[in-house]
Design a protein around this ligand. Structure first.
Ligand code: NAD
Ligand code: LMR
Length: 327
């Protein structure tokens, strides 16, 4: 199992690479970035776990070497928010970064599972899909927008109310996209069920939707969530790898191209969104099944979903048009 982190020297990239290096399921770990990868790779390579770590810069065809033969590519490359910015404000710079990295993936490891962290995820995943389509190698089952941090936040914030001592033991579908109102937590479908007092529900939903802003504000100009994102990105990557190796019954929400995933058509019909995060059953081929939690949302959640659909459709179109028409 060869994994590559593109953007490996960054705030997310370094701790994510550390977690991947510590994972015994990985044999080779390639680190790609426009700066500092030789140092990060040398540092990680002293850890006594099996993965062989290599670092690449753009010179000497570094991207090609980093991606060659990869089974999984995780992409946290790109600029993060500062206070006052929306994720969409990152589009101008990050759209081109993701486009160019995906061109590299299409060329060097077209069969890899691709996990996109770079924001705005609502648009960068459609950009990736369009680039892969143009290269004739788009497999919708292998392209994932990483929305796990929203799930992790929902688990944490609910536990803050219910007093649950093991927050991640509660499964909470968080669906839609990955920004503000496009993030829709479905607490009515938590397993085991949770009892949220009515007067606390709106604030809880809002905290999950705008949890990213909480961190951006606290970091005060020094970036956005990095450590919690590395945890979330690793959690999702490890599930993809375990499913690839044959483990059954692994389900985690992710932002996927609905018409390309089994079970996605009916969700596509309900939402009208080509890309949408829903719980995904993972397997060796990647996203084996999209699970419809949308139609069983309660009335309050359906209202949240209406607000999600319109914003998300605009973000998706923006990504698709960027590849079709250029910046
Ligand atoms: P950062 O600035 O600390 O790191 C980004 C890294 O990307 C840097 O090391 C930079 O050199 C590298 N980079 C820039 N251009 C590159 C290119 N063309 N090829 C390879 N590497 C390149 O930022 P960060 O805090 O790590 O955040 C990275 C991205 O992740 C941001 O867009 C941020 O908004 C996003 N993010 C997403 C989620 C999520 O839930 N999906 C959560 C947190 C952050
Ligand atoms: C998050 O949710 O923390 C990330 O998307 C980063 C951000 O810009 O908020």
């Amino acid at each position: 199992m060869k994994a590559c982190v593109a953007g490996a020297s960054g705030g997310i990239g370094q701790p994510l690479s550390l977690l991947l290096k510590a994972c015994p399921l990985i044999d080779e770990l390639a680190l790609y970035d426009v700066v500092n990868t030789p140092g990060v790779a040398a540092d990680l390579s002293h850890i006594s776990t099996p993965a062989i770590v290599t670092g690449y810069l753009p010179k000497d065809d570094g991207m090609k070497q980093a991606f060659a033969g990869c089974d999984i590519v995780v992409i946290p490359a790109g600029i993060p928010r500062k206070p006052g910015m929306t994720r969409d404000d990152l589009f101008k710079i990050n759209a081109g970064i993701v486009r160019d990295l995906i061109k590299g993936v299409a060329e060097s490891c077209p069969k890899a599972y691709i996990l996109i962290i770079s924001n705005p995820v609502n648009s960068t995943v459609p950009i990736a899909a369009e680039v892969l389509k143009q290269a004739g190698v788009f497999d919708p089952k292998k392209l994932f927008g990483v929305t796990t941090l929203d799930v992790v936040r929902a688990e944490t914030f609910v536990a803050g109310i219910t007093g649950e001592k093991s927050p991640s033991k509660t499964t909470i579908p968080v669906i839609g996209g990955h920004s503000g109102e496009t993030i829709v937590p479905l607490f009515s479908q938590a397993k085991p069920s949770v009892n949220i007092p009515a007067e606390k529900l709106d604030a809880l939903v809002n905290r999950v939707q705008f949890g990213g802003d909480e961190v951006v504000k606290a970091k005060d100009g020094a970036g956005s969530a990095t450590l919690s994102m590395a945890y979330a990105g690793f959690r999702f990557a490890e599930k993809v790898i375990k499913a690839a190796k044959g483990e059954k019954g692994i389900v985690e929400p992710s932002y996927v191209y609905l018409p390309g995933v089994s079970g996605g058509d009916s969700i596509h019909k309900t939402t009208g969104c080509d890309f949408f995060s829903v719980p995904i059953e993972l397997g060796p081929s990647g996203a084996e099944k999209a699970i419809d939690v949308v139609s069983s949302a309660n009335e309050h959640e359906k209202k949240l979903l209406e607000a999600c659909y319109s914003g998300l459709k605009g973000n998706i179109t923006k990504g698709v048009e960027f590849v079709a028409n250029g910046p």
